[in-house]
Every structure is written in C-alpha cells, then in structure tokens.
Design a protein around this ligand. Structure first.
Ligand SMILES: *Cc1c(COP(=O)(O)O)cnc(C)c1O
Length: 353
C-alpha cells in the first residue's frame, strides 16, 4: 500500500514534497535560518505573553489578528496601516492564500527561475498552472526580458523574489516597475530577505500606494530569527486583504502564535541586532570565496550562491562528510551556503579548503 494506491489527484501523482534535508550535524547552513538563538530578554517576554493567553485557550483567537497586523504595519512604516496588512503561519501560507484567491484551477502563475522552489510547489498544490520563466544565464533579469516573457505568457499572477533566493541578489527596481506596468494580474514580490539587503536597495513597499495589484510578502523566519514561530505577512491595498479572507481558514492563526509574534515584534531591536553581524559574515564569505577564485553571486540576503567548479552533488557530500550542511538547490555546478555565526563561517571555509 502506498500513495499510488490512493485515489489521489492526478496532478499530484509522482510528485515529491518540499524537502530540504533536516540532518543533525554540527554546522547547519542549509535553510537560511538565523543562527543566533533568541536572547533571554526576548524569550522572557514571549514566555509572559504566552502565559497571559493560556486561560483563554478555550476561546478561538482573534480571526482578524488586528493587534498583530497593527504592530506589523508599525514595523514596516511606509505609511501602511492595519488595513494594508495580513498575516498567516509563515509567508508560505500567505502566498498559498494569494494563489487560492487570485490563481487556482484554470489560471496560471509565473516566476523567473532560478528562484524560490516553494512558488511552483504552492502553485501545484492550489491547482495553478506554473509557468517557469527564466532569468539570464548570469541569474540577472532585465526589464526588457521580464516584459517579453510576461507578454508571451500573460499569467494571472507573477512572483518576483527580491532579494532572490537562491541567487541572493536584489532585483533592479526598474524590473519591478516594468512588471507592474505590464502585468495584467497580481504581482507578488517576495521580500523574505529584505532586512539583509545592502544599503540603497529599495523595498517594493514604497510602491503599494500607487499599485493595487502589488503584494509584498515578508516573514519573521529569517532576520527575526523566528522560523519556528511561523509568522509571515503581506502588505498590499486593503482590497487584497479582503480577497484573501475569502480563502483563509477561520482562526488560521492561533492566539499563541499571535501573542508570541507580537512579543517578538515589541523586542525587535534586540532581535534585529543580529542582522548586521550576519551581513558581516555574508560579506566575509563572498570576499573569501572570490579571493580563492570562486564565481560568487552578489548577495543582499543571509546566504551566498557560489560555483563549485564541478559536480555540486559531490562537493555538497564532501562538505557534509566534514560536518557542514549547505544546500544543493539543483543548479548544476552551484551551491548555496547560509551566513551564520563567525564560527560557522570558519567551519565552512575550512571544510571547503
Ligand atoms: C525562507 C523563505 C521564505 C519564508 O517562508 P516562511 O513560510 O515565512 O518561513 C519565503 N520566501 C523565500 C524566498 C524564502 O527563502
């Protein structure tokens, strides 16, 4: 008895689930988590916030998560308010809801690969036809190339990822402007790594006021070190928030998640203090790899994509044999490594040598 014996949907037959290996090794630099554990002051604050919710667990949570959305709007700035914000269990769920509301059966979503592997998987799960458009061979994307592929495919929803995972580089703002000017449907800019961008990299948040079909998704999984807490969100025109309410499960965001996320947001100075240290490690990895002769993509994120010069599967295994887990994202010849604490950078560079 296995999956094929079940009356599973035809379009899911033979497919594999998302699966970054979760291996128990000393140095885990494969899923772009924040390597710093939460500081005591933050765990104390989250503990108190959770405790305060416990008596009321007999009641459903605030379905609209108003207080949390207000705190998220306050964090983002850009003149955004509660009505512009929506939150769910990770930006993956937020993106799934966007596909359910704006794509789905009979509709299409387009992304420019190589990009985040969850975008096509979320499309698949929601019955959305996926269109794998392409970046240039050097992983760049020009406004003209983006426009040409949009015109050819006319998708109902476009994913842009900036800074892009797995390449690391932020999009030229002109690409976003070009896509907004020419896309017929929704434009979702995944900014999971925005807090790590190099100075002078604008966020698409500033474009929301003039573009009702633009959605900017964010997450607390990376810069905030809150991957286990599962909190992602988006900012968009209030009508987009109204639209996802048609597909979200009632009470999708538990009162514990809402309380923990609010406590973490209130402690954001302490949590985001690690961002600068991580950027330093990121820049160190880029510099050292380039000095050693590797080709490396520019990074605005907490990870670095580099060319190993050979079969990346073999290089990945050899690093793992030395206790360093990084990521084979399926790009022939390239591997991705997360920037963590200094000792992890040491271990990675030493293993690579
Ligand atoms: C890590 C990541 C996310 C985060 O997903 P969550 O569900 O919020 O943990 C979203 N988008 C991209 C591109 C990522 O790399």
């Amino acid at each position: 008895m296995n999956i094929d014996d079940l009356p599973i949907r035809d379009d899911l037959r033979g497919k594999s689930p998302y699966g970054a290996p979760q291996l128990d090794v000393a140095v885990r630099l494969n899923t772009n988590e924040n390597s710093y554990p939460l500081p005591d002051e933050v765990t104390d604050a989250i503990g108190k916030a959770l405790q305060a919710e416990l008596r009321d667990l007999n009641r459903y949570p605030d379905r609209d998560a108003v207080a949390l959305r207000t705190d998220l709007a306050d964090y983002l700035g850009h003149g955004l308010t509660t009505a512009n914000l929506w939150a769910a269990n990770g930006s993956n769920e937020v993106q799934q809801q966007l596909l359910q509301a704006f794509a789905g059966p009979g509709r299409s979503a387009l992304g420019f690969g190589p990009s985040y592997s969850m975008h096509p998987l979320l499309a698949q799960g929601t019955g959305t036809r996926w269109i794998g458009a392409l970046r240039d061979p050097d992983f760049g994307l020009t406004p003209a190339a983006a426009r040409e592929q949009l015109a050819r495919h006319d998708p109902d929803l476009v994913f842009l990822c900036s800074p892009n995972n797995p390449t690391g580089t932020a999009l030229d703002p002109e690409v976003i402007a070009e896509v907004l000017a020419h896309a017929r449907g929704m434009v979702v800019v995944d900014e999971a790594y925005a807090e790590f961008a190099r100075a002078g990299t604008p966020s698409a948040l500033g474009l929301i006021a003039g573009h009702p079909r633009l959605v900017v998704t964010r997450t607390m999984s990376k810069a905030f070190g809150f991957a286990g807490g599962r909190l992602g969100y988006f900012a968009a025109h209030p009508a987009v928030v109204d639209a996802v309410q048609l597909v979200r499960l009632p009470y999708h965001l538990s009162s514990l998640t809402q309380a923990a996320a609010r406590a973490a947001l209130a402690q954001r100075d302490a949590l985001l203090a690690t961002v600068e240290a991580i950027k330093e490690q990121r820049d160190r990895i880029v510099d050292e790899l380039r000095r050693s002769g590797y080709r490396v993509a520019d990074s605005d994120a907490n990870f670095v994509l580099f060319e190993v010069g050979g079969d990346q599967k073999i290089a990945w295994q050899r690093l793992l044999d030395r206790g360093v887990l990084i990521r084979d994202v399926g790009l022939p010849g390239w591997l991705r490594v997360t920037a963590g604490i200094p000792a992890e950078t040491d271990a990675f560079l030493e293993a690579l040598r």
